[in-house]
Design a protein around this ligand. Structure first.
Ligand SMILES: Cc1ncc(COP(=O)(O)O)c(C=O)c1O
Ligand SMILES: [Zn+2]
Length: 415
């Protein structure tokens, strides 16, 4: 592993051979980098294509391992890129895709980050991990910790979706519900780490979760090449992504930079679009005002629990990605994003999470404004499974048929 760690803000280098959280000098996130020049001959698109691993560890050369056998893996990544049916607002779009992250272990893209972070934590001798979570990260951490045999301490807002709480309890994590937001949970984790020696796996406060998530970016040009039926590695014109802490977005941007250094792609980049709920939109507001940092968003609330992040430590990195890429930032209401879930389900056959529904409706707005073009190649992310959010749907008014009643089928046909 030719890896080093450097601060994303002040570029201070730190050792990759010991546990690290934030930059010791400025308290900003640390990023891993690799000796990509040394990898150019051995780590090629052809090598990747020949590998038979059915996980994101196909890209192990740019992940924190010496060899693939070290990976704590449950088969994460290699998710399907689904071509959308030209329906509804997108009737004229022929190159519109959904990268469906619900196919991951524990049903969300969080699996990628946790696989990488737990892998590194195990190598560095961590005895217990702890993290705050909006829900999906908790589920993922639970199961990677279980696979690695590590205790896992979770702190989640008390109104976290029940599915996330249940899966974490079943998976043996120490689950703690908190009467506050994810930022309040983060403060408890920090204290617990100081007092009890847990390792803090908070997003971007640990340098390898982002490494796992960047594999979404590595997979995309391979997915698009197989869609086209050729071998040319090209990025799409536009990527639309739901952001809370922002690791997915920042991670993909990092992947594109690495792929260029490896000689796989040129300097062209997709326009990156960030989506948030209008009732918790710190990054969208900062983007609109031209700010480089986002102040805490007051009274943050949305049913898209993954987007309920009122303050993000990687705010400056997300804003940089949006601006460098010529992208934009969009809000949707909770009613709109739930409508998006329904449309993705009924028009595309994808039972999306509310965060995925938000992306769908944001894209529709960008079509209406003319920002997106029917000739564009667009990839939208559905970051998780709708099954985790069953509590948001009401089915209590469904009638129950009396199978003794000879008229019951007639009744069913008319309903
Ligand atoms: C389903 C889903 N989508 C999107 C997000 C936001 O991800 P990030 O915090 O990496 O921006 C989350 C985070 O919890 C999530 O669970
Ligand atoms: Zn620093």
């Amino acid at each position: 592993m030719h890896t080093s760690l450097t601060c994303a803000a002040c570029h201070h280098p730190v050792s990759v051979h010991q546990l690290q959280n934030l930059c010791p000098q400025c308290q900003k996130p640390l990023l891993a980098s690799y000796d990509l020049a040394a990898l150019r001959d051995t780590f090629t698109p052809e090598t990747v294509r020949q590998r038979t691993h059915r996980s994101m560890w196909k890209f192990w050369d740019v992940l924190p391992v010496e060899h693939i056998g070290q990976a704590v893996s449950l088969g994460e990544g290699q998710t399907p890129l689904l071509r959308c049916e030209p329906r509804g607002a997108f009737a004229r779009f022929r190159r519109l895709f959904v990268k469906d992250e619900s196919a991951n272990p524990t049903g969300s893209f969080k699996a990628r980050g946790m696989s990488a972070a737990v892998t590194r934590a195990v190598q560095l001798g961590v005895k217990a991990i702890a993290l705050p979570s909006a829900g999906n990260a908790a589920g993922a951490a639970t199961y990677y910790a279980a696979k690695a045999g590590l205790p896992c301490y979770l702190f989640m807002p008390q109104d976290t979706p029940p599915a996330n709480i249940i899966e974490s309890v079943v998976g043996g994590a120490h689950v703690h519900l908190v009467n506050g937001l994810i930022s309040d949970c983060g403060k408890l984790v920090r204290r617990g780490c100081e007092e009890f020696g847990w390792f803090d796996l908070s997003t971007l406060k640990e340098p390898f979760r982002i490494e796992g998530k960047k594999t979404m970016g590595y997979e995309l040009p391979f997915d698009l090449a197989s869609e086209r039926g050729d071998h040319a590695l090209k990025l799409p014109d536009c990527i639309i992504y739901p952001a809370g802490g922002g690791t997915g977005l920042i991670g993909m941007w990092k992947a594109f930079h690495e792929m260029e250094q490896l000689g796989w792609i040129g300097p062209e980049r997709p326009r990156m679009v960030l989506v948030q709920a209008d009732t918790c939109a710190p990054i969208v507001r900062a983007f609109e005002t031209g700010a480089n940092h986002a102040p805490l968003f007051p009274n943050a609330a949305t049913v898209a629990s993954g987007l309920r992040v009122p303050a993000a430590i990687g705010d400056f990195m997300m804003l940089r990605v949006l601006r460098e890429s010529g992208g934009t930032a969009v809000t949707v209401t909770d009613a709109e994003l739930m409508q998006g879930v329904s449309e993705l389900s009924r028009q595309q056959g994808i039972y999306a999470c509310p965060e995925g529904g938000a992306v769908w409706k944001a894209a529709e707005k960008l079509v209406a404004s003319g920002w997106l073009n029917p000739s564009d190649e667009i990839v939208m992310f559905n970051t998780g499974s709708g099954l985790k959010y069953n509590h948001l749907a009401s089915v209590s008014d469904l009638p129950v048929l009396d199978h003794h009643d000879p008229e019951c089928l007639q009744q069913a046909r008319l309903a």
